[in-house]
Design a protein around this ligand. Structure first.
Ligand SMILES: [Zn+2]
Length: 150
């Protein structure tokens, strides 16, 4: 992956929020997480590695709120996000019927070979419950859309 992750962060996911949340909800979620990951709130027994992770999360949460808490930057980000979603939805390599996939009884998953030699893997429940499910190859950037038996 050569994408710049900083530009492609999902700020909503970082705040444990969804794009449909209002600013008030976003703020509450931000405050909850900021408190949870605040370096000063960690217990003295916490391992150094964990503290470091908390600091990283704290910085991310703070960045997310800086973007989503401001009407202008939020609107710009939402537009960017939509455009990216549309683009991501585009390269579906094939439409595959669940019946065409191979059922792996041991792993309880459906698998399907990608033309790159990689594999598409999807859990039973996900495959059977979600509509218009798009899954990604475990090796390349292709994806397939799974059609459920009618
Ligand atoms: Zn592939």
């Amino acid at each position: 992956m050569t994408h710049d992750n900083r530009l492609h962060r999902d700020w909503y996911a970082i705040l444990d929020a969804s794009p449909s949340d209002c600013v008030q909800e976003l703020k509450q979620k931000y405050q909850k997480l900021a408190l949870l990951y605040h370096p000063d709130k960690q217990s003295p027994d916490t391992a150094a590695g964990e503290v470091e992770q908390c600091v990283q999360r704290f910085i991310e949460v703070d960045q997310a709120w800086k973007i989503l808490g401001n009407e202008e930057t939020k609107r710009a980000y939402d537009l960017q996000r939509r455009a990216r979603e549309l683009k991501q939805n585009w390269p579906v390599d094939a439409h595959v019927c669940l019946d065409d996939m191979t059922w792996d009884d041991g792993e309880q998953v459906y698998t399907y070979g990608c033309r790159c030699g990689g594999e598409y893997v999807v859990g039973k429940e996900e495959a059977e419950e979600e509509e218009d499910l798009v899954i990604c190859c475990d090796t390349c950037s292709l994806s397939i859309e799974i059609k459920r038996p009618a």
